[in-house]
Design a binder for this molecule. Structure first.
Ligand SMILES: [Fe+2]
Length: 188
């Protein structure tokens, strides 16, 4: 592994073992993510920059179930968006290139029921625009619900996403139907 990534991974592991609260973990790691995003050209490989025409692309940089961490490089072409989703863990996002847009959503009828299929109504919350070098974080319980992507008239964007687990499943939300559903997500 590239020494920059190895150092980042060690810093993440130390933050997780030194802090119990997710809010403390993301506070400890936010500046480190900013540094990592600014140095991305020194460690990103062509496979991390792989994009696709039919949707945003998550390229796994490192991570495993055992270590309880994962880092993805996500490639967004103009007009590519996630579904509205949550994460089931904490996260730290750093932008490398482009302009990443994040629209938060707030449950209007949260019952605290985290089961896989639930009636849920969402209202739009705040919006943030993240230029290169910007860092955004979130914590679970209640889970952070958002939709992330790049507007049609903006340049392609590359961002780094660190999570407190392998993000191979999460809930997606259908606002029109008022439903939440757990889905499996592939990564490479
Ligand atoms: Fe997300």
């Amino acid at each position: 592994m590239n020494p920059i990534l190895e150092c980042f991974r060690d810093t993440c592991a130390a933050a997780v073992s030194n802090h119990r609260a997710p809010s403390d973990i993301v506070r400890a790691l936010a500046p480190t993510m900013g540094d990592l995003a600014r140095r991305a050209d020194d460690f990103l490989e062509p496979r991390h920059r792989r994009g696709e025409a039919d949707g945003y692309t998550r390229n796994l940089v490192f991570g495993s179930e055992e270590e309880g961490l994962s880092l993805y490089a996500i490639v967004w072409r103009p007009g590519q968006w996630t579904p509205i989703h949550d994460h089931g863990t904490w996260g730290v996002v750093g932008v490398v290139e482009g302009l990443l847009e994040e629209q938060a959503f707030v449950p209007a009828n949260d019952t605290g029921d985290e089961s896989t299929e639930t009636r849920i109504s969402l209202a739009p919350g705040g919006l943030v625009l993240l230029p290169p070098g910007a860092v955004a974080t979130f914590v679970p319980n209640p889970d952070h619900i958002h939709q992330t992507g790049v507007a049609e008239d903006r340049p392609a964007t590359l961002s780094l996403h660190l999570y407190g687990r392998m993000l191979n499943d999460f809930h997606i939300y259908d606002r029109a139907a008022g439903t939440r559903k757990l889905i499996k997500a592939d990564h490479s």
